[in-house]
Structure formats: structure tokens, C-alpha cells
Design a protein around this ligand. Structure first.
Ligand SMILES: NC(=O)c1ccc[n+]([C@@H]2O[C@H](COP(=O)([O-])OP(=O)(O)OC[C@H]3O[C@@H](n4cnc5c(N)ncnc54)[C@H](O)[C@@H]3O)[C@@H](O)[C@H]2O)c1
Length: 245
């Protein structure tokens, strides 16, 4: 079966909640062994995974230890989903302070950069890998607020472009998944359920994408059926952002 992930080992950062948890669950259903990292210890304790690692994406030592644990405990690492993220609170430029800017870029950009740097070494040796960077549809269409979030997510798209060219010769594909607005702990905390659903009603499909909708795109990109897809963005956004075609 083209979508079968039996024999693969995956690591999903921020995998204890929302899109990451749905992804970890679906990859496991497709046959992969799955490790997750998170900083939320309560959610981590509740999540089902082959390996649960408390690791902060902002700390290079943590992400290095996380990859080493996966390779030691689960034998290899084939699939990396750079998913850990924090809310792009709707702030105008003059209200984004240094701490908020640093948190945004360290969590999304620095974290994805350094965990990929460690993870890709084994993928190159084994001549196989799948790297998925979780961006946002705002990286494609912009947003009138939260420019620190838009900038950080756009940087991830840049990594996708560069790494696809750098790692293609080693059998490693690198792609972006750029979700539309999904109801998760992050968006419930920032804009609330009513506003999420109100916006979802204006989506061409008449609703918000779900965490599982996003996980399905990610799982396909991890599969053998997507072997020729690299350096691309797939945006499960219900049709609210139709660009780049
Ligand atoms: N929900 C949306 O509408 C939406 C839209 C586009 C993109 N995204 C992206 O999807 C990803 C997942 O978000 P979600 O909506 O599932 O939110 P979520 O809050 O449900 O999950 C995010 C997880 O990341 C973890 N995390 C945060 N900082 C971390 C760190 N420094 N180290 C390790 N783990 C950390 C959190 O504890 C949480 O478990 C994020 O990158 C987010 O930007 C979400």
C-alpha cells in the first residue's frame, strides 16, 4: 500500500497536542513507530506514543538529546515533523516586544533548524528521509497582524526550499504543510471557539480544517507515494488561500 509507513520511525515535535498529536496518531495507524517531544509535561504524560520526550525546541541541547534518544530507543529516524509552535497572537508591529519576537523565532525557526541539523545526519547515511515543516497559510497570504508569526513561518518555507535542494541527492524529501485556521489549544487560547468557527464558515468548504485533515497531508508526504514531491508546500486550508498554482 502506497501510504503504508511500516518500518519507518517518526519524530513529531510538539506532538502532545493538536495537529502534532493528530499527526503522531495517524503515522502510528499507518504503521510507523512514533516519538513525540513537548514542553507540556501534563499533555506529554497523557499522549500515546512509542517514545515521549520532554524537550524544549528552543534549546539546542534538548533537540540534540531528543534525536539521539529516538535513534537509540527506536533504532533510526526516518521522518521528522517540525511542528512545535506557539500562538501568533494578533498584535500590530508596535506591540511586539523583544521577548515575544525571540520566543517566536526560537520556537519555530531555531528549533526546526537545529533539530533538522542533527536528524539529517542519520537520514543521509541511510539514504532516506522525510522532513515536513509545519508553516501556516499566513506565510502565503500574509496577515495584518502577528508579523513575527508570519515572518517565522515564512522562514520555515525558506528552509524547505534550501533543504530540498541540499538533501535531495541523499533520498531525503523536504516539504511544507501550511494549515489554515484549525481549532486547537493554541487557537482556542488566542481567539476562542466562536471566532474560529465564525471564520471557518467563510471558508469555501464551509468549515475549518481539522487536526486530522492536516495530519492526512503530512502522512501522505511521508509515504512512498510522495517520493517525487520535494521543496513544495501543501496548504490544507479549506480553500481560503488559493495561491501558487
Ligand atoms: N491551529 C492553527 O490554526 C494553525 C494554523 C497554522 C499553523 N499552525 C501550526 O501548527 C503547529 C501546531 O499547532 P497547534 O495548533 O496544534 O497548537 P497546540 O497548542 O495544540 O500544539 C502545539 C504544541 O507545541 C508545544 N510546544 C510549544 N512550544 C514548544 C517548545 N518550545 N518545545 C516543544 N514543544 C513546544 C505545545 O506545548 C503544544 O503541545 C504550530 O507550529 C502552529 O503554528 C496551527
Amino acid at each position: 500500500m502506497a501510504n503504508d509507513l511500516s518500518g519507518r520511525v517518526a519524530l513529531v515535535t510538539g506532538g502532545a497536542s493538536g495537529i502534532g498529536l493528530a499527526t503522531a496518531t495517524l503515522l502510528a495507524q499507518r504503521g510507523a513507530k512514533v516519538a513525540i517531544t513537548d514542553i507540556d509535561e501534563a499533555k506529554l504524560a497523557q499522549a500515546t506514543a512509542d517514545l515521549r520526550i520532554r524537550a524544549d525546541n528552543r534549546a539546542v541541547a534538548d533537540v540534540r538529546r531528543a534525536v539521539e534518544s529516538v535513534e537509540k530507543e527506536l533504532g533510526r529516524l526516518d521522518i521528522l515533523v517540525n511542528n512545535a509552535g506557539i500562538s501568533g497572537r494578533s498584535l500590530p508591529l508596535d506591540q511586539i516586544d523583544e521577548a515575544g519576537f525571540d520566543a517566536m523565532f526560537e520556537t519555530h525557526v531555531k528549533g526546526a533548524f537545529f533539530i533538522t541539523q542533527v536528524a539529517v545526519a542519520g537520514m543521509k547515511r541511510r539514504k532516506f528521509g522525510r522532513i515536513i515543516n509545519i508553516s501556516s497559510h499566513f506565510s502565503m497570504i500574509g496577515s495584518a497582524s502577528a508579523s513575527h508569526y508570519v515572518g517565522a513561518k515564512t522562514a520555515l518555507n525558506g528552509f524547505t526550499r534550501g533543504w530540498a535542494l541540499e538533501f535531495g541527492p541523499f533520498g531525503i524529501t523536504v516539504n511544507t504543510v501550511a494549515p489554515g485556521l484549525v481549532e486547537t489549544a493554541m487557537t482556542l487560547a488566542s481567539i476562542g471557539s466562536h471566532e474560529i468557527r465564525r471564520r471557518g464558515e467563510s471558508y469555501p468548504i464551509g468549515r475549518n480544517p481539522t487536526p486530522n485533515d492536516i495530519a492526512e497531508s503530512i502522512a501522505w508526504l511521508c509515504s512512498d507515494g510522495a517520493a517525487a514531491v520535494t521543496g513544495q508546500a501543501i496548504s490544507p486550508n479549506g480553500g481560503i488561500a488559493i495561491v501558487g498554482i
